[in-house]
Design a binder for this molecule. Structure first.
Ligand SMILES: Cc1cc2nc3c(=O)[nH]c(=O)nc-3n(C[C@H](O)[C@H](O)[C@H](O)COP(=O)(O)OP(=O)(O)OC[C@H]3O[C@@H](n4cnc5c(N)ncnc54)[C@H](O)[C@@H]3O)c2cc1C
Ligand code: SF4
Length: 327
C-alpha cells in the first residue's frame, strides 16, 4: 500500500510544535513505529506530520527533587528497560519495557509513543469501517474476538489497551506532563485514557495540539514491592494477551496499600479496585490471595471466543501474588 501524501516538519521547540499541531489534521511523530503504519494503512489521515524527535529536553532519565525519576517522552523503550535506576526502583516498568515488541522496535519506539499508540483490534487495523473509525458497527462483537477485552467495553467497543508500559505506570501512580498551546499541566496517567462509553473515537484525552512531554515517577515509599508479568499468544514479540502490574506496600506481611492493574483486559489499563480492596489491610496469605483473585475477575464479561482469559488472568494474578508473599 502506498503512503498517502502529507507535509512533514521537524520542529525545534515545543512552542513551534503546538503551533503546527493546531492546524487541521496534524499529528505528532516521535519514533514513527506506530504512526507511519497507521498512515500507510489509512487508519486515519494526516495533512501534516510534526516530528518532535529533535527536542533534546524530552530525552533521557533523570532524578527529581522528591527522589523520583523524570522520563522524557522521547526516551526510547530500550533506554528505560536498561536503566539501572528504573530497574532498581521501578522494576515493574523496567520489566514491562523489556517485553515491548522486538529489540529494533524498542530502539526506535519512545515512551510517549508507546503510551499514545493506537489499538490493535484487527478489524480497526484492517479495512473495516467500525465504530472506532466513525462507522456504525463493532465487527469484533460477533466476529473474531479471541484477543479482545473482558472488561470496560460498555457494550460498544472491545479493544484491549496495547501499551505494556502503561499498566506499571498506573500502578506507580505516575503523573504525566502535557504541553499545549495554553501551557502545561500535570495529568495522573490514569486520567489519560478514555473508555468507549466516554468517546469511542478517542483513546486518550489529549487534544490535537497537546504533547506528552514527560513521565514523572514518584518516589515509592519503603516496603513497596512491584512486578509486571505478561503472557503472549506467541513466544516471540507480541502484544499482551493478558498481563498484570502490581505495586503492593507491605508492612511485615500485611498489605497496607495495593495497586493491581491488568493489561490485555480492557480498553484502558484496568485497575482492579475489587482485588485492591480485598488485599488492603489483610495478611498476604493464600486465603487473601484466593479471595482477591476471585474478586478481580468476578465482573468479567467475556465474548464468545475469549472466556479463556478468565482462568488465564486468575492463574497469573495468583502466581504473582504468591511470589510476592514468598519473597
Ligand atoms: C510489530 C509491532 C509489535 C509491537 N509490540 C508491542 C508490545 O508487545 N507491547 C507494546 O507496548 N507495544 C508494542 N508495539 C508498539 C510499539 O511499542 C509502539 O509502536 C511504540 O512504542 C510507539 O513509539 P513511537 O515513538 O514509535 O511512536 P509514534 O509511532 O511516533 O507515535 C505513536 C502515536 O503516539 C502519538 N505520539 C507519539 N509521541 C507522542 C507524544 N510525546 N505526545 C503525544 N502524542 C504522541 C503519535 O501521534 C501516534 O499517534 C508494537 C509495535 C509493532 C509495530
Ligand atoms: S472492537 Fe472497537 S476497534 Fe474493534 S471492530 Fe469493534 S469498534 Fe472497531
Amino acid at each position: 500500500m502506498l503512503m498517502p501524501s502529507f507535509s512533514y516538519v521537524r520542529i525545534r521547540s515545543l512552542k513551534e510544535a503546538t503551533e503546527h499541531l493546531s492546524s487541521n489534521r496534524a499529528r505528532v511523530h516521535a519514533g514513527g513505529t506506530d504512526l507511519l503504519g497507521c498512515l500507510r494503512d489509512n487508519i486515519f489521515e494526516a495533512k501534516k506530520v510534526v516530528s518532535i524527535s529533535g527536542l533534546k529536553n524530552l530525552q533521557g532519565i533523570e532524578e527529581t527533587k522528591d527522589g523520583g525519576l523524570r522520563i522524557g517522552a522521547l526516551t526510547t523503550i530500550t533506554e528505560i528497560a536498561g536503566s539501572k535506576k528504573v530497574r532498581d526502583r521501578y522494576p515493574a516498568l523496567a520489566k514491562a519495557a523489556s517485553e515491548v515488541a522486538s529489540p529494533q522496535l524498542r530502539n526506535q519506539g519512545t515512551i510517549g509513543g508507546n503510551l499514545c499508540q493506537k489499538p490493535r483490534c484487527w478489524y480497526y487495523r484492517g479495512e473495516f469501517h467500525c465504530l472506532r473509525k466513525g462507522g456504525s458497527t463493532c465487527y469484533a462483537y460477533q466476529g473474531e474476538n479471541q484477543f479482545h477485552c473482558i472488561f470496560g467495553s460498555g457494550g460498544i467497543c472491545y479493544i484491549t489497551h496495547p501499551s505494556d508500559t502503561a499498566p506499571p505506570l498506573v500502578a506507580y501512580q505516575a503523573p504525566l506532563r502535557i504541553v499545549g498551546s495554553r501551557g502545561s499541566r500535570l495529568l495522573p496517567i490514569e486520567r489519560l485514557y478514555v473508555l468507549p462509553s466516554q468517546d469511542v473515537r478517542r483513546e486518550t484525552v489529549l487534544k490535537p495540539n497537546e504533547i506528552l512531554t514527560e513521565v514523572l515517577l514518584p518516589r515509592q515509599p519503603k516496603g513497596v514491592v512491584s512486578s509486571y508479568r505478561k503472557v503472549r499468544a506467541r513466544q516471540s514479540w507480541d502484544f499482551a494477551l493478558a498481563g498484570v502490574a502490581l505495586a503492593l506496600k507491605l508492612q511485615e506481611n500485611r498489605v497496607e496499600k495495593a495497586s493491581i492493574v491488568l493489561s490485555g483486559a480492557a480498553p484502558i489499563p484496568w485497575r482492579s479496585k475489587e482485588a485492591e480492596q480485598t488485599l488492603t489491610g489483610n495478611p498476604l496469605n493464600t486465603d487473601t490471595i484466593t479471595r482477591a483473585v476471585n474478586a478481580a475477575l468476578k465482573k468479567a464479561e467475556p465474548l464468545e471466543k475469549n472466556s479463556y482469559k478468565i482462568p488465564l488472568f486468575k492463574g497469573m494474578l495468583e502466581e504473582e501474588l504468591q511470589a510476592i508473599a514468598k519473597r
